[in-house]
Design a protein around this ligand. Structure first.
Ligand SMILES: Cc1ncc(C[n+]2csc(CCOP(=O)(O)OP(=O)(O)O)c2C)c(N)n1
Ligand code: SF4
Ligand SMILES: [Mg+2]
Length: 274
């Protein structure tokens, strides 16, 4: 536990009761608990309601462009691989504007923690549908309702090669607990937070349909089991929603892969386990 003061003194402009307050509290608790010093940490946020978290955490970092959180994190890690880097995105920021970066950063297994606040809308720009919005959702831009089935980010991250894939609800305890685990993981930690937007996409009964993967004895080292669990919730219709860590394995991180290549020589990449 450290006594670092993570408060900036800025009064949050989130709507009263917004679930982002709980994400912020969970992040602060986990960072304090980790014992890390300020100079060992960096944060990056994009643009959106969620991204205001940048103003409420007294840590060094970059409030970058919409959709460009991950390449900014990559740059920071290349500059100083010893930093523990946190990226914060929304579902619009990550799954729409920044999608290409998501796939490649998972593939690289960049050693960082990536927190995606998924409220299934572009909230800051007043509620347009994103790639994870359910069929039938209407707003002024889509008055006849969304017709295309949502993306399943958990399946995507498993397929892309992320070494830590988790989903939690936007409650302080859940955010803190998953980050406690992520702090001890070396590699790309993808953590999706189901974070209802009180104004544009309130909780559609999701919360009572969630259950803990850990309590069912899920083997988080089993890729096929993780995929099966990921398929239980398609972000469209919810029967039951598994929460917690779907998948966690050890594999070389971005920086190590280069070190390994240097040692192995010309055809070295063929020997690297994917
Ligand atoms: C390059 C670029 N494209 C579009 C925008 C407009 N814009 C600002 S916030 C936002 C939506 C953010 O949605 P999301 O990432 O889901 O965050 P939320 O507000 O829901 O937390 C958009 C489209 C922008 N600022 N920059
Ligand atoms: S619009 Fe939604 S996501 Fe944005 S601050 Fe308000 S409740 Fe939170
Ligand atoms: Mg959003």
């Amino acid at each position: 536990m450290t006594n670092i003061n993570l408060n900036t003194g800025i009064i949050p402009t989130w709507c009263p009761g917004c679930w982002n307050f709980q994400v912020l509290a969970g992040v602060k608790n986990a960072i304090m608990k980790s014992g890390k010093k300020k100079e060992e940490l960096a944060i990056v946020a994009g643009i959106g309601c969620h991204a205001k978290i940048f103003d409420y955490l007294n840590l060094n970092g970059i409030n970058t462009l919409h959709g460009r959180v991950l390449p900014t994190c990559l740059g920071i890690k290349i500059g100083n691989p010893n930093l523990t880097v946190f990226g914060f995105s929304g579902d619009g920021d990550c799954y729409a504007e920044g999608m290409e970066h998501l796939i490649h950063t998972a593939r690289y297994n960049l050693d960082m923690k990536y927190i995606v606040h998924n409220n299934q809308v572009f909230a800051l720009t007043v509620g347009q549908p994103t790639p994870t919005t359910e069929i039938g959702f209407t707003d002024k831009t889509t008055p006849q309702g969304v017709k295309i089935a949502p993306l399943n980010p958990i399946k995507l991250m498993l397929a892309a090669g992320a070494s830590f894939v988790a989903r939690v609800y936007a409650e302080v305890g859940q955010v803190e607990e998953v980050l406690d685990e992520a702090m001890n993981h070396k590699g790309f930690c993808f953590i999706e937070v189901l974070q209802p937007c009180l104004i544009f996409h309130p909780d559609a009964g999701y919360k009572e349909k969630t259950y803990s993967l850990e309590k069912t004895g899920h083997d988080k080292t089993n890729f096929e089991a993780a995929m099966r669990k990921a398929e239980e919730f398609d972000y469209n219709k919810a029967e039951k929603i598994p929460m917690g860590i779907f998948y966690q394995i050890k594999k070389p991180v971005f920086e190590e892969q280069f070190e390994q290549l240097k040692k192995l020589g010309k055809d070295g990449w063929k020997g690297i386990k994917r």
